[in-house]
Design a binder for this molecule. Structure first.
Ligand SMILES: [Zn+2]
Length: 331
């Protein structure tokens, strides 16, 4: 656990945790904010290693679990939310805050989850994946669930609100990496606590999401992501504390890099599609774009291709045609 470097003229403290995860992304960062209330931002996955590291780093800095008043969750992913159930079990008075869309996932509402599983089954099938591949993605999804037990969200976070008990911090709803993703902005210190919305050492994934309500269209995550990044570009941000990796001191550069990346990858996809007069399923394009990698992380590359097709479609550069219950794209 480290005390982070802040502007020297302002007396303010943020403490960061480094919590191990079993995932390729590596350790996850949680943060402690101090004001009227002590707020923990994010936790870690539900593993013994993560729990021990969290408690050890907390104690090492002179705090006990019951000193924490509340937890803010940036988004639902298990590497950020998984320890919450255990923290709540040991400290039942702690309050948990999250966006309403994050709440849907972390509370593991049965109807919502069933609808989501069914939606993805259909989506994968229509976009060219085989029954076996769909089964393997579902297995991966069920395995992920082992890293987080359901938790109840006490209060919902809304865009623009101040964090209760830490009023200098403003909540920004920044969907893209996850639909309910929020970031915390401190306008006096020009700091952003970014969760996975912006990472310095790597690019954060854009994940396809199911509709939040029955009968709705699925949200276009990449378009949301682009809007969220453009919105952050308007803010004065000098330092970004992310969910993974080092502190970012060149915020604007990293935000621009991410925006350029969307365009660059969309262009690569377009180039590939323009080499013939074919129309392609998402699965065709996964094989063409990521021949050596797509089998290992099917859901990741599926999201990557479909997101960028969403972007190209929105620009009017590709068209989507549904035939024989199969969705194909052409330029
Ligand atoms: Zn994430």
């Amino acid at each position: 656990m480290n005390e982070l470097p802040l502007k020297k003229d302002i007396d303010y403290k943020i403490i960061s945790f480094n919590i191990p995860t079993p995932f390729p992304i590596g350790p996850v960062h949680s943060y402690l904010l101090f004001d009227d209330k002590i707020t923990l931002v994010d936790s870690g996955p539900k593993t013994e290693k993560a729990w021990k590291a969290f408690v050890y780093q907390l104690n090492e800095n002179g705090f006990r679990l019951k000193d924490i008043d509340q937890i803010i969750l940036t988004h639902d992913h298990v590497d950020h939310s998984g320890l919450l159930a255990l923290i709540k079990e040991h400290h039942p008075k702690i309050r948990i805050f999250a966006h309403s869309l994050t709440k849907l996932d972390v509370e593991k509402n049965k109807d919502y989850l069933e609808r989501k599983i069914h939606f993805f089954e259909e989506l994968y099938r229509k976009n060219g994946l085989s029954a076996m591949q769909i089964e393997s993605i579902q297995q991966f999804y069920y395995t992920l669930q082992n890293y987080a037990d359901p938790i109840k969200v006490d209060d919902e976070l809304v865009d623009g609100m101040q964090v209760p008990g830490n009023k200098e911090w403003q909540v920004l709803h920044t969907p893209g990496h996850a639909g309910g993703h929020i970031t915390l902005y401190h306008p006096q210190l020009n700091i952003l606590i970014a969760g996975d919305h912006i990472l310095g050492h790597t690019s954060s994934g854009t994940f396809i999401e199911a509709p939040y309500k029955e009968g709705e269209e699925r949200p276009k995550s990449i378009l949301q992501y682009r809007n969220s990044l453009n919105r952050l570009k308007q803010l004065e941000i000098s330092t970004i504390y992310s969910g993974h990796g080092d502190v970012i001191l060149n915020a604007r550069e990293v935000i621009n890099r991410e925006l350029d990346r969307f365009e660059k990858r969309a262009n690569e996809l377009y180039e590939q599609m323009s080499t013939g007069s074919n129309s392609y399923t998402v699965y065709d394009l996964m094989q063409i774009m990521y021949p050596n990698r797509f089998q290992k992380h099917l859901n990741l590359y599926f999201s990557e291709v479909l997101s960028h097709l969403d972007l190209l479609e929105e620009m009017g550069r590709v068209k989507k045609v549904e035939t024989m219950n199969l969705v194909k794209y052409h330029i």
